[in-house]
Design a protein around this ligand. Structure first.
Ligand SMILES: N[C@@H](CCC(=O)N[C@@H](CS)C(=O)NCC(=O)O)C(=O)O
Length: 230
């Protein structure tokens, strides 16, 4: 693909963890793009519904075509601009590495991330306790072995990969929100003992400029608290 000629416009909202995925990819790829912030507090305009009839962010305009769904947008960017994020499927190690990354992301999203928002919503220790346990157990069982060779990123990489592009926005919320009382600090403390590979990886992910670049840690925590209070 003639990547250099693509004109990109990202429809986004910096508070959205799904849109955040596209920002991580674009930052790592260092490709120029235009940005249009979509106000999610008001109904979508007719104009935006033409871009994405589901009314969700992110959407990516590529020349005159629209791509929606954060995983699809991120995979498109990684394929269109070959880089350290993921090998091409035609590379000798491509199919296997891509399958391993896909499995890691699927595991993170299906086994671990599902507890994040219930945990944030929990109001009593009785509600919180089983969710903490469930999250820690899932990390120890499912993710810890997959991060045994993290370096500090997935599969021995010293740079972000597509695995971090697709999970980083959720990792940074888990890792930084204890400061704001949204996630219990005990979960991080327990993970540092029981899942050291995961903890080192999560720390490196949360500290990475492509992950924390557009993330307003305090602002998103405040907005999340306000949404919960409603
Ligand atoms: N599956 C979608 C989820 C995107 C999504 O849920 N975006 C939220 C913001 S975080 C949104 O646009 N919500 C609009 C609304 O609920 O009105 C993706 O991965 O892109």
């Amino acid at each position: 693909m003639a990547t250099v000629t693509l004109k990109l416009r990202l429809y986004t909202n910096h508070g959205c963890p799904w849109a955040h995925r596209a920002h991580i990819a674009l930052s790592e790829l260092n490709v120029p793009f235009e940005e249009e912030i979509i106000d999610l507090k008001v109904p979508r305009t007719a104009e935006y519904l033409q871009v994405n009839p589901r009314g969700l962010v992110p959407s990516l305009r590529v020349d005159d075509q629209i791509i929606t769904e954060s995983a699809v947008v991120s995979a498109f960017l990684a394929d269109a601009f070959p880089s350290h994020l993921v090998p091409a499927s035609s590379d000798p190690n491509g199919p296997l590495t891509r399958a391993r990354i896909a499995f890691f992301v699927d595991t993170y999203m299906s086994k671990v991330n599902g507890s994040l928002f219930p945990l944030i919503k929990a109001t009593t220790d009785e509600e919180r306790s089983p969710l903490i346990q469930k999250t820690v157990d899932a990390v120890v069982k499912e993710l810890e072995p997959l991060l045994a060779n993290a370096g500090p990123f997935f599969d021995g990489s010293d740079k972000l990969t597509l695995a971090e592009v697709l999970t980083g926005s959720f990792v940074i919320r888990l890792w930084t929100w204890p400061k704001y009382g949204l996630v219990p600090q005990s979960i991080i403390d327990e993970l540092s003992v029981k899942a050291p590979n995961f903890s080192r990886w999560a720390e490196a992910v949360a500290k990475h400029p492509s992950v924390n670049g557009i993330f307003d840690e305090e602002g998103t925590a405040r907005a999340t608290k306000q949404r919960l209070a409603k």
